[in-house]
Design a protein. Structure first.
Length: 152
């Protein structure tokens, strides 16, 4: 039996953490959560996850600072980070200006559509099959709003 991939969800909103956890579990991940950047960084160090989803706007330590820590830590810097936030366009521009840091693997606008997140995960993991699939397009155009912005 193949070992499950591990995902870490870092978001200060409990309902968002629960939603992302459910979507990622449906994609076959063993999911852990953290409610802030400080706890999230510690969890990433301990878990060495295969994927991290990261909110930007959080109390105590912002997602931007957490992202910097993740991408400068030798043991964590290669872990894909999906920025999931309501400030996606502004953050994308801001992070592009930080030439010393690699661009995140994906930006996803809230609200997150599960089919779009699944698509990005599949792309990130080179088309590895995932156990479940939600290909139903959203009725409100969330697919277009949640377009994957890659820095490659």
């Amino acid at each position: 039996m193949e070992k499950k991939k591990v995902a870490l969800v870092i978001d200060d909103e409990a309902d968002v953490r629960a939603y992302l956890q459910a979507v990622l579990e449906d994609c076959g991940f063993d999911v852990h959560t953290a409610a802030d950047g400080l706890t999230g960084f510690d969890a990433a160090t301990a878990l060495q996850p295969d994927l991290i989803t990261l909110d930007i706007s959080m109390p105590d330590q912002s997602g931007v600072r957490t992202y910097r820590q993740l991408k400068t830590d030798e043991t964590l810097k290669k872990i894909p980070v999906f920025i999931i936030t309501g400030f996606s366009d502004k953050m994308r521009i801001f992070l592009k200006k930080l030439a010393t840091f690699p661009f995140p693997e994906a930006f996803i606008n809230k609200p997150v559509h599960p089919g779009e997140l699944r698509k990005m995960i599949t792309e990130q993991f080179s088309g590895e099959s995932l156990p479940h699939q939600d290909e139903t397009p959203s009725e409100d155009g969330a697919e277009a709003e949640n377009a994957n912005i890659r820095g490659k």
